[in-house]
Design a protein around this ligand. Sequence first.
Ligand code: SAH
Length: 224
Amino acid sequence: MKKSEFYDLLESIKEFRAPKSELEQYPTDSVTAADLLFSIQTEMGDSLSDRIVLDLGAGTGRLSLGSLIMDASHVFAVETDSDALEIFKENARMLNYEKHITLIQKNIEDSDASRHIQSVILQTLGWPEYNKAEILCIMNPPFGFVRKGIDIRFLEVAISLSGLVYSIHAAGDKNRAFIRSKVEKFGGRVTHIMPQKLVLRAQFHYHKQKRMPTLVDIYRIECL
Ligand code: SAH
């Protein structure tokens, strides 16, 4: 598929109707999502084809559905907010991917989040035991601007459940050093950091501009 066609499909995905600032509900813009999912395959050589994808803080599903369009076999999408999940379901129906998605309503801050997600994956796939090497996590979690430390909690859960993680975080040298140290503590290894410009649309009252380009870093993390 051409990147422009892929972008058009991602653009058709509906975003949050009433975004919640306390949950840092910023959708990944379609350009960033298309760039990320394309570069995972072309630049990084990590095929999405037939992969099982885990999307933490899945929102209305742009990264989940984008992975399926890129031929992933199944997505486990975890999200705490039922309003976001309703829109996710509409998007999955519109693109005809309902059968390939398992939605898990769960707060990543819960102490049993990892265990709960793992048991849903085991049950759904009929695995006798958990095999994290088979799981590719692609996520754009909250950055921790509102709820301090939530980005690190997302990384902890992602690393515990996946063989490989792609994750979007706030840019900056200080944050890079901090994230690297936390990733190592959780048993992962940062292999690449790709700077990217995320375009946020104004959606909260304190936003002054209509579109705000925001620098982010995309991390590739090996976790085995
Ligand atoms: N991944 C989506 C949404 C990014 S916004 C996309 O790329 O478009 C971050 C998402 O994380 C929101 O949907 C928000 O509701 C969710 N979220 C925030 N805190 C959470 C928590 N503690 N547990 C699970 N999901 C959470």
